[in-house]
Design a binder for this molecule. Structure first.
Ligand code: ADP
Ligand code: GN1
Ligand code: MG
Length: 375
């Protein structure tokens, strides 16, 4: 496409036709020169936008928000604007660099935090955090430890955040028993006729039904507290400085809501302490790395700086197991429902992802005593 900043062939998706319209609405520095897909998120459409201003180059992250997943995008943007402003304040007071250590929203020319295009898609823009990467696999124990410290610290910083100002962007997001009910409905409905091929995966979940409420019960009866948590603590949602190796910024703030620290811990283990990638097809490669698990426990407790209660600490292994089981259940639900939630890159992608999660749960069960002992 002559003169366009976007290579549409590489983007290969419908509904993103309005990229250029969206770009033109935000107050960027310089002239937009290139815009291409970026990162490995499963939910939003993410692009890296480059602009030029004489010799200088600027970079931004442009996102088309997923309004199928986030049905109150206005409330979500209020959360992000409130949380990032709050974090910025604390970072500045601690002498940090707020433009690196938290997300910075770029305003539109109309002064808003988002733009709704002529097709009704919601767009937002952030400063691109340079010289930092989000890993899909922990390359070293040190990186993983750094990510743990960052997620722990993130939660610590939000300890006193006014919860009443937060919209619940996805109701019952980590309510594992409710996720199970949704899973059972998907099995029952079997919208795509796929259930007959995944009998052993379905049985794997059913066999663990009694365990699914271990954490939710304690949250609901007050044994452990609700806190402002991130709720999507994958390793690629924290950016690690490529020079110093230290974590710089926790990103992907769409699911910051009241939740439990036990699940923030657990989701990180699910993704980052797996010796294989989340969608590995060779299940013999999938296992829980105890050294990575231990590094994460140490980093997370350090980042939380004494704020976790004994009851929360005792439940950390359960957080890991239940987040892995829940995520497997969510992938399998999506597979049964026809892949409508998570972005997929091949036909049985969600099924592959579900299988890795269940293989990881099985390995956690083998290593359960060691997991408990360490905390
Ligand atoms: P999703 O919800 O789809 O996971 P994310 O907000 O996590 O979307 O963004 C996807 C990826 O884009 C991240 O994993 C990260 O690599 C990259 N990314 C997002 N925001 C920034 C930013 N401000 N600076 C640099 N990279 C970013
Ligand atoms: C999604 O947005 P992303 O890719 O960081 C999902 C998480 C899952 C994860 C599995 C809002 O995370 O809950 O654990 O995929 N986010 C949402 O990889 O559903
Ligand atoms: Mg993400």
């Amino acid at each position: 496409m002559g003169g366009s900043i976007v290579d549409y062939q590489k983007i290969a998706t419908g509904a993103c036709e309005k990229i250029e319209e969206a770009v033109s609405q935000f107050c960027v520095e310089g002239i937009p020169s290139e815009c291409a897909r970026y990162g490995n998120g499963h939910i939003n459409d993410t692009f890296l936008l480059c602009t030029e201003e004489g010799e200088q180059r600027h970079q931004y992250i442009l996102q088309r928000m997923n309004t199928h997943v986030f049905q109150d995008p206005g409330g979500l943007m209020q959360n992000i604007s409130g949380v990032t402003a709050y974090l910025r304040d604390q970072i500045v007071r601690a002498g940090g660099d707020a433009q690196r250590e938290t997300l910075t929203l770029i305003r539109t020319k109309a002064g808003a935090d988002y733009y709704v295009d002529s097709l009704g898609s919601w767009w937002r823009m952030y400063l691109f955090i340079t010289d930092a990467v989000g890993y899909d696999v922990a390359e070293s124990k040190e990186d993983f430890y750094q990510s743990a410290k960052a997620f722990g610290h993130f939660q610590r910083l939000l300890d006193a955040y006014p919860v009443s100002e937060l919209t619940e962007t996805i109701p019952d997001f980590h309510n594992t028993p409710k996720r199970f009910e949704a899973f059972c409905r998907a099995v029952e409905t079997d919208a795509c006729g796929r259930a007959k091929h995944v009998g052993s995966e379905i049985a794997f979940v059913m066999d663990r039904k009694a365990e699914l409420s271990v954490v939710m019960d304690r949250l609901q009866n007050g044994e452990i507290p609700y806190r402002v948590t991130h709720n999507d603590t994958k390793l690629n949602n924290v950016l690690i400085d490529t020079r110093s190796g230290e974590a710089v910024c926790v990103i992907d703030l769409d699911t910051v809501m009241p939740g439990t620290a036990v699940f923030d811990f657990g989701d990180s283990i699910r993704f980052g302490a797996n010796t294989a990638e989340e969608d590995e097809r060779d299940l013999s490669k999938v296992s829980l790395s105890l050294p990575l698990y231990e590094a994460y426990v140490s980093g997370f407790l350090e980042g939380c700086a004494g704020s976790l209660t004994d009851a929360e600490i005792r439940l950390l292994p359960w957080g890991a197991k239940l987040m892995t089981l829940e995520c497997g259940m969510r992938f399998l639900t999506d597979y049964l429902e026809g892949d409508r939630y998570f972005r997929i890159h091949r036909p049985e992608h969600n099924l592959d992802r579900a299988r890795t999660q269940f293989a990881l749960v099985a390995d956690m069960e083998r290593k359960w005593d060691a997991m408990k002992r360490f905390v």
